[in-house]
Write a protein that binds this ligand. Structure first.
Ligand code: FES
Length: 105
């Protein structure tokens, strides 16, 4: 299983996806270090901000917690498809999804 990440330079990277790990953990373990994820996934930094560009039919994302909403709303780059990638766990129906790294704060 895999998903595609577009980094800020416009390059596309294919990431081998591990089910049960967050998108942030998958991206970091693929060696893409643009996603700083300073807090390590403890929902306090927002440096793992991404956009969900394409989700395969049948795949569903977990809903946002209030803390995730609050952190995203503090971003100048908030979009309707914004998520914090440490809060989205990769599941098999997401195979082939595409995400974009949000601009730096
Ligand atoms: S890694 Fe800090 S909020 Fe996601």
């Amino acid at each position: 299983m895999q998903f595609t990440v577009k980094t800020r330079d416009g390059d596309l990277h294919s990431v081998e996806a591990h089910v049960g790990l967050s998108l942030m953990e998958n991206i970091r373990s693929a060696g893409i270090e643009e996603l700083l994820a300073i807090c390590g996934g403890s929902l306090s930094c927002a440096t793992c901000h991404i956009y969900i560009e394409n989700l395969p039919g049948g795949a569903e994302l977990s809903s946002k917690s209030q803390d995730e909403e609050d952190l995203l709303e503090a971003s100048d780059y908030l979009k309707p498809n914004s998520r914090l990638s440490c809060q989205v766990v990769f599941q098999p129906p997401m195979d082939g999804m595409r995400i974009v790294v949000a601009p730096d704060e």
